[in-house]
Design a protein around this ligand. Structure first.
Ligand code: UDP
Ligand code: MG
Length: 309
């Protein structure tokens, strides 16, 4: 039987982490195979590390990686994959939104389908705001239209990956990681697994709107060059409008149907509109330059301060 690790990123999850461990453990002990849990403490400033330390003292199959500060959800999952030594890994949230009780079904789905990746698709999501549901739904579809890769929609990082995929994942050098996208990008045989997502059991979301926005921006700018193409398209459109206007005014002057001195409104509209288009396209360009700037420094993605077991 293939050995399994469960990767759990944790940021200020003191309210729920103990329950998460207990529910995971009872599922894992019922499995007839070697299992481990890797908790990544992503620079929590509450009692998360303390609780995890106590758990790891009693249970040697629990590994804890503690970051020197908060590096973000994707960095935490990355560290989990980098430190995974088993044949299989399942990535799961610490807040029990993804029910651990599904793990046996996910494993049998993998065996049945001979899959390298089983990605869990949210058929429903309990306890999320309407705004989050709507933005997530729209965003995944929007991203799909812009990106060069075809991503499955309505999936998070909750998924099973095998050692082949992990091996390839370890080759990714980019620091800005959009993990669900990268795993799709790897290829091999990937199959969906449909489930109903629960509400967070305790604590609050660590993805306020601002973070969600920057997460979405990473996904978009790391997986698509189309925004640059759209900028080019805007430029062409502006030039076309410019030529039409020029012809209109030149002929107007010759045939006397325009009055140059009454052109204030059109000048203002043109200035504001094309000023906006220019700033927007410079902004898009700036995003890519910013990413180059970040990536070229080759700073480590995360720093592990402490490792238990
Ligand atoms: N998380 C993390 N570092 C962060 C933010 C979140 O490790 O900087 C973890 C968090 O503890 C949880 C998972 O990532 O296990 C998903 O976060 P959350 O449940 O708050 O996001 P939501 O489900 O609300 O989108
Ligand atoms: Mg959650």
């Amino acid at each position: 039987m293939d050995s399994l690790s469960v990767i759990v990123p944790c940021y200020n999850e003191e309210a729920v982490i103990e329950t998460t461990y207990r529910r995971l453990k009872s599922v894992l002990t019922a499995l007839d195979r070697e299992t481990h849990i890797i908790f990544i403490n992503d620079g929590s400033d509450d009692r998360t590390l303390e609780i995890l330390t106590a758990i790891a003292a009693d249970d040697k199959t629990v590994k804890v990686l503690s970051f020197s500060r908060n590096f973000g959800h994707q960095a935490a999952v990355t560290a989990g994959i980098h430190n995974c030594l088993t044949d299989l890994a399942i990535i799961i949230d610490a807040d029990l939104q993804d029910p651990p009780e599904l793990i046996p079904d996910i494993l049998s789905c993998r065996e049945r389908e001979k899959a390298n990746v089983v990605y869990c698709v949210r058929r429903s999501r309990a306890g999320e705001s309407r705004l989050k549901l709507w933005t997530a739904r729209k965003f995944y579809r929007f991203l799909n239209r812009l990106s060069e890769v075809d991503f499955p929609v309505d999936t998070g990082d909750f998924r099973l990956i095998d050692s082949r995929v992990m091996e390839q994942f370890k080759r990714f050098k980019e620091r800005g990681k959009y993990i669900r996208g990268l795993i799709s990008w790897v290829g091999f045989r990937q199959v969906p697994f449909y489930y109903a997502r629960d509400a967070r059991q305790a604590g609050i979301t660590k993805y306020p709107f601002k973070r969600m926005f920057s997460f979405a921006a990473t996904a978009l700018f790391y997986f698509s060059k189309k925004p640059l193409l759209i900028a080019v398209g805007l430029g062409f459109t502006a030039v076309l409008i410019g030529i039409i206007c020029a012809l209109w005014y030149i002929f107007g002057k010759i045939f006397g149907y325009t009055h140059a001195e009454s052109g204030w409104t059109s000048i203002m509209i043109g200035m504001i509109f094309f000023g906006g288009v220019q700033l927007l396209t410079i902004g898009v360009l700036g995003q890519y330059i910013g990413i180059l700037f970040d990536e070229i420094k080759e700073r480590p993605e995360y720093i592990i301060e402490k490792e238990i077991n």
